[in-house]
Design a protein around this ligand. Structure first.
Ligand code: ADP
Ligand code: MG
Length: 482
């Protein structure tokens, strides 16, 4: 007898699930994408125990006809592709017809669905077996509950990370889907608590502010660019608003969230030298193109795509970002207040400085808190560098929250104490020039200093807020006097 046998359906589905469903977030992804494909305008996601206990997704989309419920759970059953030609023109998120059978083969699934003006129905499956189907009263749309994920594939369970990590993957994913679809109202609840919600009014900036904070939302620039093949729209952060990783860049192709190293790199390249080393922007770019130019069928979960004309697209992204960023005044605009501060400082500095002849700063040069001053001397153990290290050891992670403009600045007690500054050994800098509109060059006895203006500005703000909240009564280092 031959040894070759056809796999039974459930086993085949479980094998497919191994590719598509890696973790609870994969279930959320597949189900939410189905809801998006069904033209939902509202999608509510509820997870218990980071999705391992239960994932429930309710949408108000097209629904599934009651006589098609069982078919939807069959392998390769899809309403999204009919012909071979369709495969090269897929606009929808799904098309393989694998998600529902895969999920049902490794969990307990209950789905209730109804189309508008039609009777609803319910189907219950566990481990790929249909346990029940029956008529059910339901509002138009689909309500699907997945329980006991991986109950029959313990090996998969072992690869999961902590519930916290799994939950963060779900949250991150829902965030990205919300950024890709600002016209859909999303909500995410974990163990009964609301994690996140968007209103679905199509305002991308508002979605971004919900996810990354109001301050971030205010520091985004709109971007739009196109050529005969591609149309790009989105938001990119000002160079002063950065994060420590590339993870805050969201790319979508025809509103499908994808990951692409070359496209992310192209976006970052658009900033040129305006980003501090090791810092990355926040951005959302939606790229629209003829589906014929993209092959979404290279990754089982469709996270990565293959693009024709990728080089043309990367060039377009870099140019578009460079243009938007280039049009900006590179000094963070914190209002005329700061301009006044800086303007008022110059004479004050020279007045005090000249008679003592100790400090020869001709223009305000301030000490920022981040990659700050780079002494181009290779000897990092230089006295100036050591002093610098001693004074700025503690890194300041977060900028303090801005003070509402209604609150008057209490800067009277802020004085420039050059004597102290000199005593603590701040190098005597002489301003030389500005480089790339971003860096101030200054010289001191021990070498050339490069001051990052953005970071410097942040430092000024930081010191000012510290004074205002009373942490220091007096600033004893170089500071802009008002
Ligand atoms: P695919 O999305 O690749 O077509 P799925 O297994 O995810 O495959 O879904 C199978 C089919 O079930 C879909 O093609 C769609 O017709 C239907 N379907 C699944 N989820 C929903 C939903 N939330 N609303 C409406 N139809 C759905
Ligand atoms: Mg699908």
């Amino acid at each position: 007898m031959g040894k070759i046998q056809e796999l039974d359906t459930v086993l085949a589905d479980q094998i497919a699930a191994g590719e598509v469903i890696e973790r609870p977030a994969s279930v959320v992804k597949e189900l939410v994408e189905n809801a998006i494909d069904a033209h939902s305008t509202r999608i509510d996601i509820m997870v218990e125990e980071a999705g391992l206990q239960e994932i429930r997704i309710i949408d108000n989309g097209d629904g599934i006809a009651s006589d098609e419920l069982a078919i939807a759970f069959r392998r390769h059953a899809t309403s999204k592709i009919q012909t071979r030609r369709d495969l090269f023109r897929v606009q929808t998120m799904g098309f393989r017809g694998e998600a529902l059978p895969s999920i049902a083969s490794i969990a307990d699934v209950e789905l209730v669905s109804a189309q508008a003006n039609q009777a609803g129905a319910m189907i219950h499956l566990r481990g790929g077996e249909v346990l029940a189907t029956q008529a059910a009263s339901a509002r138009p749309g689909t309500d699907i509950t997945v329980r006991d994920l991986f109950y029959n594939t313990p090996a998969r369970l072992k690869y999961l990370k902590s519930p916290r990590t799994e939950l963060s993957k779900i949250t991150d994913l829902v965030n990205r889907l919300a950024l890709a679809e600002p016209g859909i109202a999303f909500s995410l609840h974990h163990d009964g608590k609301e994690v996140f919600r968007t209103v679905g009014n199509g305002n991308l900036q508002q979605v971004l502010a919900t996810i990354y904070g109001t301050k971030a939302g205010q520091k985004m620039l709109p971007l739009a660019a196109s050529d005969p093949d591609f149309k790009i729209t989105g938001l990119v952060s000002l160079p002063e608003l950065t994060r420590a990783g590339r993870n805050y860049v969201t790319l979508t192709i025809n509103q499908r969230y994808i990951r692409s190293f070359p496209l992310t790199k192209a976006l970052i390249a658009g900033y040129g030298s305006k980003l501090m080393v090791g810092r990355y922007p926040i951005a959302v770019l939606n790229i629209e193109l003829d589906p014929i130019l993209v092959d979404v069928n290279v990754h089982p979960a469709k996270r990565e795509v293959r693009l024709s004309k990728e080089e043309q697209l990367t060039a377009l992204i870099t140019t578009a970002v460079a243009e938007v960023i280039g049009q900006q005044n590179l000094i963070p605009d914190v209002g005329s207040q700061t301009q006044e501060l800086v303007a008022a400082t110059a004479p004050a500095l020279s007045e005090v400085a000249e008679p003592t002849a100790e400090v020869t700063i001709k223009r305000p040069v301030v000490v920022p808190h981040e990659p700050v001053i780079i002494n181009t001397k290779t000897d990092l153990a230089s006295p100036a560098m050591q002093r610098f290290d001693q004074r700025y050891q503690a890194p300041i992670e977060e900028q303090p929250a801005p003070i509402p403009p209604s609150q008057p600045l209490q800067t009277e007690n802020v004085a420039l104490d050059l004597t102290t500054a000199t005593k603590t050994g701040f190098p005597q800098l002489t301003y030389l020039a500005q480089l790339h509109g971003t860096y101030l060059l200054a010289q001191a006895a021990d070498g050339l200093y490069i001051v990052d203006q953005h970071a410097a500005q942040e430092r000024i703000n930081y010191e000012r807020y510290r004074v205002e909240i009373g942490q220091v009564s007096r600033i004893n280092r170089i500071y802009c006097n008002r």
